[in-house]
Design a protein around this ligand. Structure first.
Ligand code: KE4
Length: 423
């Protein structure tokens, strides 16, 4: 079967032919590739075409596809049964690794997606503080829970529905939206509503408006204002966790979260996510406390095995993050040189091994700046790379990711593909 034929068939079975909107190539046009095999930095589609992968399943595969130790760990567990709905020793193994990365994580609750992690963390924050409001930032995406699909990023931004239909006004009004990196605005908001705010949730490096780094002043204000007003600081590390450092942005920037949400890399490619924090907060959760959250497949042994194998490798090789940093710097430099040589206006925002090429003059320091980027130039970039065997995220509001399996040659080939595209 060819991609096109499969996509036609898929559209008669799945809304838009996909299980998640951003996969539909809606922003770039063309036919999504049905990927059926991955190995290291490469993926293959049903037609046997090989691509160098910068999507990595939207972040999880920091070790590359089908890492032998991760696959072996999952196989070993799978042969003994797939799920029991009961405590499993591997939950403890993964929780210990999470705590090693995030010392604040005295207690960890596993769930099955980043959406569940952020949704549950905010319910816990409201239960713990007894307050109604949460604060998020325009263009930040924290999954598709009702209260968070307000001025969201990622696919919501890509398809122009930052605030989704189906979210009741009564729900959305409890989410206050501020501007990322806007210390003044956040200070004013806390001055007006501080005593009714349960939590602030933010991406410590935005990946979902494309990559937008935080200003140090913004990070300081987030901690100072929440602390002064008794609100919890929820650091959403679903994308950045275990990627920007073993301890994520929290380690990289020295953050002090009250709660942290995790996913993607933590699951090693299988559905596992978590929220974590001090026992004093986390033990308000059922079965100990009054805040309810549950899940049939939470802590699933296969997902725990994939996560523990992945984090075990990451924890054991500090040089790995230096290699990722070097690869990121090399790719950023190469792309910038190629685009400058072609006279294409661009701004590349990168933190570690996540980066975005904005087709706009810089700086890009906010969602509004990101919106200015040229969708047509992005489309040309995306398809120029795809036609030359490079698989880039199919939206100008996403981050591209590197794995430790990417080589210098891979980066050179990527840069050459950009030169050929804009030649
Ligand atoms: P999931 O529910 O998709 O597992 O996680 C939601 C989520 C929460 N927080 C952050 C910072 C995230 O980036 C995400 C999910 N990221 C998107 C990609 N930007 C997932 C890809 C998709 O929606 O298909």
């Amino acid at each position: 079967m060819r991609n096109e034929a499969l996509f036609e068939e898929a559209k008669a079975l799945l809304p838009g032919g996909v299980s998640s909107p951003v996969r539909a190539f809606g922003a770039v046009g063309g036919t999504p590739r049905f990927l059926v095999r991955g190995e290291g930095p490469y993926v293959w589609d049903v037609e046997g075409n090989r691509y160098l992968d910068y999507v990595l399943s939207w972040g999880p595969l920091i070790l590359g596809h089908a890492h032998p130790e991760v696959v072996a760990a999952v196989k070993e567990v799978a042969e003994k049964g797939l799920s029991f709905g009961a405590p499993h020793p591997l939950e403890l193994e993964l929780a210990r690794l999470v705590r090693k990365a995030y010392p604040l994580a005295e207690r960890v609750r596993f769930v099955n997606s980043g959406t569940e992690a952020t949704m549950s963390a905010l319910r816990l924050a409201r239960g713990y503080t007894g307050r109604p409001y949460v604060v998020k930032f325009r263009g930040n995406y924290h999954g598709h829970a009702d209260g968070l699909l307000v001025e969201a990023g990622s696919g919501a931004l890509t398809f122009g529905h930052p605030s989704s239909a189906g979210v009741p006004e009564d729900c959305a009004r409890l989410t206050l939206v501020a501007e990322y990196n806007d210390v003044e605005g956040l200070t004013r908001l806390f001055g007006e509503r501080g005593e009714a705010i349960a939590a602030v949730i933010f991406e410590p490096v935005v990946g979902n408006s494309g990559v937008i780094p935080p200003s140090p002043a913004f990070l300081r204000a987030l901690r100072a204002l929440t602390r002064a007003h008794g609100a919890l600081l929820v650091v959403d590390e679903v994308m950045t966790g275990f990627r920007l450092a073993f301890g994520g942005a929290t380690e990289r920037f020295g953050l002090e979260p009250d709660l942290v949400t995790l996913g993607k890399v933590m699951g090693g490619g299988l559905p596992a996510a978590a929220y974590a924090g001090p026992a004093a907060i986390m033990e308000r959760l059922a079965p100990l406390g009054p805040v309810y959250q549950a899940g049939t497949l939470s802590g699933n042994p296969l997902a725990m095995a994939a996560g523990a194998a992945t984090l075990g490798i990451l924890a054991g090789d500090p040089g790995l993050y230096r290699r990722l940093e070097a690869l990121g710097e090399r790719l950023e430099t190469g792309l910038a040189e190629a685009l400058s040589a072609a006279g294409v206006p661009h701004t590349i925002n990168r933190v570690g091994s996540m980066l975005t090429v904005f087709f706009a003059e810089g700086p890009v320091a906010s969602y509004v700046d990101a919106e200015r980027s040229d969708p047509e130039l992005f489309r040309r970039f995306f398809h120029g790379l795809l036609a030359r065997g490079v698989y880039w995220p199919a939206s100008r509001f996403e981050a591209a990711f590197l794995s430790v399996a990417h080589t210098e040659d891979d980066l050179e080939r990527t840069v050459a593909a950009v030169r050929a595209t804009f030649g």
